[in-house]
Design a protein around this ligand. Structure first.
Ligand SMILES: NC(=O)c1ccc[n+]([C@@H]2O[C@H](COP(=O)([O-])OP(=O)(O)OC[C@H]3O[C@@H](n4cnc5c(N)ncnc54)[C@H](OP(=O)(O)O)[C@@H]3O)[C@@H](O)[C@H]2O)c1
Length: 336
């Protein structure tokens, strides 16, 4: 194909909060697909906090990006040319694809998405990776019961906003923690959270007041001092799904905090880390439940859509400034 590709590569490993200079915008030729391959055009790109971890040269559940490698994440793309009998030109596909305008991919590395679900971006958000993370982390580890108190941090983001709503569906009392008054209003007025706490103002006293009967489930998206405030309020047999620790992703030194062992022993609480990939053999179950609740009007979503390939890095950096409400997604091109 006689088009120049544009790519975003990792130029150097960020130290602390990533900056624009850690990334390189590079032009490259677009290859032609061979048998069993597809040429796809990037339409929507998911930007996610976990990508920060992949920029470090450190062992994790997913290999780090190499310097000069095209950054990749969840992408919705449209088939431009197909050398696979499973896909036709125009199909919309979802896969872990590069931050580039065009990709040649093995057909089995992507899956066709249900274009009847609108907006299609839901496949990257509530009916995709972040929705599944909320579903399995909350229900498999958190196991909220009717009348229990569930606290969720990062509550107005993609995972957190879904967690709170699923907890409400299960009859829990839900307390969200988020970074602005507007986000807190959104949680209580739009999503049905019982209480929302702006952590930039006060956490400890506000949590005590919001949870007079203690905390049964703490869905942790952020770690750090916000989570420290939760431990003294845990109830007997509390459950703590540890989903993320965004407050520490840009730290250059290991952060010391209160040690959690005593609180866990005193309460017989369960604290368990997980990644959504742990549940890959149950994605069908999760998607069916999430889609049903969405169609029944029990789950609402918000997406922050940034326009333009050139703004992918801005959208990524904005995650660490709390600029997004709900899932952050970049629209790179129109669906044709
Ligand atoms: N385990 C898994 O498989 C899995 C999968 C997906 C995501 N995650 C994790 O889940 C968490 C949420 O991910 P997401 O995709 O839903 O992102 P998100 O919540 O939509 O976006 C990130 C949000 O984090 C908050 N934040 C940023 N810096 C913070 C800080 N220093 N302290 C407290 N909050 C801060 C901001 O909201 P405020 O305005 O409220 O600060 C920001 O909007 C992340 O930690 C992510 O790594 C884990």
């Amino acid at each position: 194909m006689n088009v120049t590709n544009e790519q975003i590569q990792l130029a150097r490993r960020p130290v602390g909060t990533p900056v624009m200079e850690d990334f390189a915008f590079v032009e490259a030729p677009v290859a032609s697909p061979e048998d069993g391959e597809l040429l796809v055009r990037t339409v929507y790109v998911s930007v996610d906090p976990y990508l920060r971890g992949r920029m470090q040269d450190a062992k994790s559940y997913i290999p780090p990006f190499q310097l000069g490698e095209v950054i990749s994440s969840g992408v919705i793309a449209q088939v431009v040319e197909s050398k696979s009998d499973q896909f036709a030109k125009g199909d919309l596909v979802l896969g872990a694809l590069g931050w580039q305008r065009y990709t040649v991919t093995r057909a089995e590395a992507v899956r066709k998405i249900d274009a009847s679900i609108e907006p299609v971006t839901l496949h990257l958000s509530m009916l995709g990776m972040t929705g599944l993370t909320a579903y399995f982390g909350l229900l498999d580890i958190g196991q909220p019961k009717e009348g229990e108190t569930v606290v969720v941090s990062g509550a107005a983001g993609a995972v957190g906003s879904t967690v709170g709503q699923i907890a409400k569906i299960h009859g829990a009392r839900v307390v969200g923690i988020a970074g602005t008054a507007e986000k807190c209003d959104y949680l209580t007025e739009q999503l049905g959270f019982d209480v929302a706490i702006n952590y930039k103002e006060e956490v400890k006293a506000a949590l005590r007041e919001a949870c007079p009967d203690g905390i049964d489930v703490y869905f942790d998206n952020v770690g750090g001092t916000i989570s420290d405030a939760v431990f003294p309020l845990l109830n007997k047999f509390a459950r703590i799904p540890v989903c993320g620790a965004i407050s520490s992703y840009n730290n250059t030194e290991v952060e010391m905090g209160p040690r959690v062992q005593t609180a866990l022993i005193k309460t017989s609480a369960l604290m368990k880390g997980f990644t959504v990939g742990d549940y890959s053999d149950r994605y069908g179950e999760g998607l069916t439940a999430l889609t049903t609740w969405y169609k029944e009007g029990k789950l609402k979503y918000e997406e922050t859509i940034t326009e333009g390939f050139d703004h992918i890095i801005d959208a990524f950096l904005d995650l660490f400034k709390g600029a997004n409400l709900g899932k952050s997604i970049v629209k790179v091109a129109e669906i044709e």
